[in-house]
Design a protein around this ligand. Structure first.
Ligand code: HEC
Ligand code: HEC
Length: 259
């Protein structure tokens, strides 16, 4: 097994940003937030709760492509929990010294990688009202003492066959709960992530064990999970590191999907 840190991921993500700017410049994404921070200083001090909608509400989904239904809360908790979620908890994250395994220098760059890469939206600028509100919320759930960055350790194997060998033979019964926790939020409701709706569970069953495992471990804007052409699983679905979803749970989920 090779564990790669994506040194090239941010470069690629900025390409995604550039494409996004060209193709989906969308005035309606700005200007919808006149209520934020413009009037009372008291409001922006407690800006935490005011900004929550940019984490888990319609305001959050609107940061993405037209019709995007994924919010930050689809992939990140706000309470320190991690189980079954592909993104790290946003609790105690705001004051980390870097993000995305060192590839994003500040919180805005880390958030923009998700807004452009997964949600299909346009990168926010530091003084956009949306960002001021969202940052206020994330800071309100973060201790300034917590500054150590999280590691970023996608499980990148050589090819689909290697994933097939690693993930065959799971327990279909045990996989039901793990599927409900990690996959159902998108695949049982056809949730639109960026511009693409998640396929129904029965469609997933047609993929090989190796393909499903590779997708779960390395999905994302190219070259998410890999720095080379071996990454054949780009797309708006997020990847899950081993700390988000254990190898046993993933093998069981795949057995469950394939019935
Ligand atoms: C479709 C899933 C998804 C959505 C939606 C999403 N993210 Fe992420 N995010 C991820 C994944 C996967 C990672 C990479 C793993 C990690 O570092 O947590 C990540 C990483 C991050 C990081 C870096 C974390 C770290 O520890 O270095 C930040 C900050 C972040 N996201 C913020 C946001 C914010 C803010 C939003 C909403 C505007 C958002 N994300 C929306 C999946 C998502
Ligand atoms: C945040 C939403 C989200 C979550 C959570 C999620 N998926 Fe997906 N998934 C998608 C979307 C959207 C697509 C279609 C776009 C793409 O391929 O990225 C997709 C596509 C797939 C595919 C098609 C692969 C291919 O080669 O095209 C498979 C297999 C899959 N998901 C399995 C899973 C499994 C297993 C889980 C749970 C461990 C999971 N997904 C969790 C959103 C999600």
């Amino acid at each position: 097994m090779r564990l790669l840190r994506h040194s090239a991921a941010l470069a690629a993500l900025s390409l995604v940003v550039a494409c996004g700017d060209d193709s989906m410049m969308n005035e309606s994404e700005t200007g919808s937030t006149s209520s934020t921070g413009s009037t009372s200083a008291g409001e922006s001090e407690t800006g935490g709760e005011d900004g929550r909608a940019y984490y888990d509400g319609a305001e959050s989904a609107a940061l993405g492509a037209d019709g995007n239904k994924a919010t930050c809360a689809t992939c990140h908790s706000d309470d320190g929990s991690q189980d079954g979620l592909p993104g790290n908890t946003l609790m105690d994250i705001a004051f980390h010294t870097s993000f995305k395994g060192g590839d994003a220098a500040d919180l805005l760059a880390g958030a923009n990688a998700c807004i452009t890469g997964w949600m299909g939206g346009t990168a926010l600028a530091a003084d956009d009202a949306e960002w001021v509100a969202l940052k206020g919320f994330i800071e309100s759930i973060s201790s300034p003492d917590m500054t150590t960055p999280n590691a970023l350790e996608p499980e990148v194997l050589d090819d689909e066959a290697a994933y097939e060998a690693a993930y065959a033979g799971g327990d279909a019964v045990a996989g039901a709960d793990a599927y409900a926790k990690a996959c159902a939020v998108c695949h049982d409701s056809g949730l639109q992530v960026g511009s693409t709706a998640a396929y129904p569970k029965m469609t997933l069953a047609a993929y090989t064990v190796g393909r499903i495992a590779q997708k779960v471990r390395t999905s994302g804007p190219p070259p998410s999970g890999a720095n080379d052409m071996a990454d054949s699983t780009p797309g708006p679905m997020p990847f899950f590191e081993a700390k988000d979803l254990s190898a046993t749970d993933l093998a069981d989920i795949i057995a469950h999907i394939k019935g």
